[in-house]
Design a protein around this ligand. Structure first.
Ligand SMILES: C=C(CC[C@@H](C)[C@H]1CC[C@H]2C3=CC[C@H]4[C@H](C)[C@@H](O)CC[C@]4(C)[C@H]3CC[C@]12C)C(C)C
Ligand SMILES: C[S@@+](CC[C@H](N)C(=O)[O-])C[C@H]1O[C@@H](n2cnc3c(N)ncnc32)[C@H](O)[C@@H]1O
Length: 357
């Protein structure tokens, strides 16, 4: 009798764990598995130290004095978060407006396809993805446009992940990934037929420097589109709550200070671009981009428990719990930024390098 009870208790426990980890579901299907969470290119025993260094550098983003150190800390940030992002969000590291009746995956893809439609490239032309992550947008854009896409990211771990995904998707003939700094790109002048950046140039300490680099590598007459992270006209620097939310977003997303929406076109013009179009894609009637963050509350809690267990048994590196906790808080600041309307992650700017340049 006792052994039967033991058997059923064991079976019930196993079913419970299975349900918790598998049926309750990964936040994003087909993402990375929890048991594969790593510190990117950082060895497991150094993850916690690197997290502490990252945190002390970005704790007061407005006070960052050594702008030249920013790319290194951004690189550290992506070593720490890339697996968690892939696990909990998917291969596209950006937001998109919610589209009623469509899945997150479809809304994400449409947001990406819009970028390449805007720059009007033809099949076979060569375009640049500035800050490509693990290449979610790159693959959607290459399939949609049949253009050749070259992506650049500062993070070597992402380069390897992106190349692996490109191969698996059968898109490695169209998609190439380069490890490098977008402030000094290893590309010739006038060598691209178009360029885009999706929620990436916000990491540049000076927007002017990255825009000038993009301008340099574009062929005259070709176009560049960017989805920028900005504070909107609703942001009031004298409001303590606004400041708290914006600082929370900056420090949890490795940003050396968010820019105001008015600075974007000004900077683009300053480096020589003509402005073709500018629009906040988050503004109504667009549906909330932050609803995906809110809907994930149960999944966050489940992920938190999973990360704690995996860290305690030594499967995930020590420090993963801290990084996950930081992201958990960041999700809340981002949601508050969206709900109050003081922040947008998709201020779109479409520019052209003049034909005469
Ligand atoms: C453009 C950038 C990244 C934007 C987003 C892709 C990410 C911003 C915050 C991230 C997340 C927050 C909460 C995490 C959650 C606690 C975890 O369980 C699963 C992953 C998260 C949902 C994670 C996913 C990616 C984000 C939404 C910045 C960096 C410029
Ligand atoms: C939030 S992710 C967005 C990635 C991708 N655009 C997407 O939407 O999936 C920001 C990307 O910018 C890259 N990045 C940040 N600073 C960089 C720099 N100085 N040089 C090159 N890439 C950089 C990061 O490595 C990361 O890949």
């Amino acid at each position: 009798m006792e052994s039967i009870t033991l058997f059923f208790t064991g079976a019930l426990l196993a079913a419970g764990i299975y349900w918790f980890l598998c049926v309750l579901g990964p936040a994003e299907r087909k993402g990375k598995r929890a048991v594969d969470l790593s510190g990117g290119s950082i060895s497991a025993e150094k993850v916690q130290d690197n997290y502490k260094q990252y945190w002390s550098f970005f704790r007061r983003p407005k006070e960052i004095e050594t702008a030249d150190k920013v790319p290194d800390f951004v690189d550290t940030f992506y070593n720490l978060v890339t697996d968690i992002y892939e696990w909990g969000w998917g291969q596209s590291f950006h937001f998109s407006p919610h589209i009623p009746g469509k899945s997150h995956r479809d809304a994400t893809r449409l947001h990406e396809e819009m970028a390449v439609d805007l720059i009007q490239v033809k099949p076979g032309q060569k375009i640049l993805d500035v800050g490509c992550g693990v290449g979610g947008p790159m693959r959607a854009i290459a399939s949609h446009s049949r253009a050749n896409v070259v992506g650049i990211t500062i993070n070597e771990y992402q380069v390897n992940r992106a190349r692996l995904h490109n191969k698996k998707a059968g898109l490695d003939a169209l998609c190439e990934v380069v490890c490098g700094n977008f402030l000094q790109m290893p590309f010739d002048d006038n060598s691209f037929d178009g360029a885009y950046s999706i929620e990436a140039t916000c990491h540049a300490p000076k927007l002017e420097e990255v825009y000038a680099e993009i301008y340099r590598v574009l062929k005259p007459g070709s176009m560049y589109v960017s989805y920028e992270w900005v504070t909107t006209e609703k942001f009031k620097p004298e409001d303590d709550e606004h400041v708290e939310v914006i600082q929370g977003i900056e420090r949890g997303d490795a940003l050396p200070g968010l820019r105001a929406y008015v600075d974007i076109a000004e900077t683009a013009k300053k480096v020589g671009f003509e402005i073709v179009k500018e629009k906040d894609l988050a503004a109504p009637p667009a549906e909330p981009w932050w609803s995906r963050l809110k809907m994930g509350r149960l999944a966050y809690w489940r992920n938190h428990v999973v990360v704690q267990i995996l860290s305690a048994v030594g499967v995930a590196p020590k420090g993963t719990v801290d990084v996950h906790e930081m992201l958990f808080k960041t999700a809340d600041y981002l949601t508050r930024g969206g709900e109050t309307g003081i922040f947008s992650p998709m201020h779109m700017i479409l520019c052209r390098k003049p034909e005469s340049s």
